[in-house]
Design a protein around this ligand. Structure first.
Ligand SMILES: Cc1ncc(COP(=O)(O)O)c(C=O)c1O
Length: 392
């Protein structure tokens, strides 16, 4: 199936993206708009996974499994290239939660040290920092999040205003899953570097969605999951740690194959026996993304969400919680419908119209969340909004 797909031409039109859509096994009639949570794997990923699962279980000998070391190293090299990092700066983890927790629990910190988070970080960042703070007497400061952000400067200021001489870590989300704010990652990187503060970027909503360069951003660590925008296997992820910082981070799990001399970020991925076929599928995921082109994927995502937001904004009862400015947002589109219960709309969208989405049932981020990806069409962006209009 993959061989019928070529790289995206510069001005790839609907015809090209229809070919991309055919690479996914999504059920006929399902309008899938929940990439921010889980994406379907492409057929090349599923095929590679199945092929290696069968091979593994047909012959689980050491000899037959020898090849997986080379596959993992090959994957590491490809992930490094994709994120503009060095291979020794890449750990193959199980998801964003794990990557972020490695940073939370691996840093040497003492009572009174300050950690800055934002109120819209995922619990894998916020709750884990609060648990660590409780254990070790750290002070966690939360930056308020505007809904939606008026400018990158506003987001930068919300973090910069909390920095003191005791600040040791900034833990920020590149694009939030709550209302889809895109943080000015590079500007935050400059600020953190000037103050020698560890800068961790949660990339759950950008890994596989944006053409991310950790070098350009200047973060100390970046975590992502393969099963979201990357369209890879479940329970696989990446953690980047900047070379100069690796020695400052303790591994959270130590078991067989651990050595003090472990090269670079490999020390963060020693978990005992791993699900090797999944790692092979992860590599197929990088190949699939590189075949289309990461920049082309990011461009297409921008076109899809812009069309979707324009459509939704034309409905008078819809209140968009995500900025319509692509530079201030990502693949997450959050909106609330005046006078309608969020939960009822959420149910009706799936049960009556087969639109798969997410919801936040209450609070400042309350609303419905659409998150399209490259397997969606422009026509689906129109149809989704038309269904919302019909339900009001
Ligand atoms: C911003 C953000 N960070 C972290 C996570 C956790 O991802 P995972 O469950 O793959 O570890 C999510 C999941 O939705 C997320 O949206």
């Amino acid at each position: 199936m993959q061989s019928s797909l070529a790289a995206a031409p510069t001005a790839a039109g609907e015809e090209y993206w229809t070919l991309v859509k055919r690479q996914f096994p999504l059920a006929e009639g399902l309008l899938y708009l929940n990439a921010a949570n889980v994406c379907p794997s492409s057929r090349p990923v599923l095929d590679r996974h199945q092929e290696y699962l069968r091979d593994f279980h047909a012959d689980p000998s050491f000899q037959n499994r020898d090849k997986y070391d080379a596959i993992q190293e090959s994957l590491r090299g490809k992930l490094a290239k994709m994120l503009e990092a060095g291979p020794d700066e890449i750990a193959v983890t199980r998801n964003t939660s794990e990557g972020s927790n490695i940073v939370v629990n691996g840093l040497d910190l003492k009572a009174g040290d300050e950690i800055i988070i934002t109120t819209h970080n995922h619990p894998s960042s916020n709750d884990s920092w609060k648990v660590r703070a409780k254990r070790h007497g750290l002070i966690v400061k939360e930056a308020a999040v505007p809904i939606p952000a008026a400018s990158g400067q506003q987001l930068l200021d919300s973090i910069a205003g909390l920095i003191t001489s005791r600040t040791k870590v900034l833990a920020v989300t590149h694009v939030t899953s709550t209302t889809g704010n895109r943080y000015p990652a590079q500007e935050i990187g400059r600020l953190a570097r000037q103050r020698n503060i560890w800068y961790h970027l949660d990339g759950a909503q950008t890994f596989g969605a944006f053409d991310v360069s950790v070098k350009r951003i200047g973060c100390d660590s970046y975590a992502g999951s393969a099963h979201k925008w990357f369209m890879g296997p479940l329970e696989a992820g990446v953690l980047y740690v900047r070379e100069e910082r690796i020695a400052q981070l303790w591994p959270s799990i130590v078991t067989a194959k651990w050595q003090e001399s472990q090269k670079g970020a490999r020390k963060f991925e020693v978990y005992g026996q791993r699900d090797n076929p999944r790692i092979a599928a992860f590599e197929a995921g990088v190949d699939f993304i590189q075949l289309i082109g990461m920049a082309a994927i990011e461009r297409r995502l921008g076109q899809l969400v812009t069309r979707l937001k324009d459509n939704l904004a034309s409905i008078p009862e819809v209140h968009l919680k995500t900025s319509r400015d692509w530079q201030l947002s990502g693949g997450v589109v959050k909106f609330q419908v005046k006078g309608k219960a969020t939960a009822a709309l959420y149910d009706a969208l799936y049960t009556k119209h087969r639109v798969a989405l997410a919801q936040t049932a209450s609070g400042e981020s309350e609303g419905l969340r659409f998150s399209p990806h490259v397997y969606n069409s422009m026509e689906e962006m129109d149809r989704a909004a038309a269904i919302v209009r019909k339900l009001i």
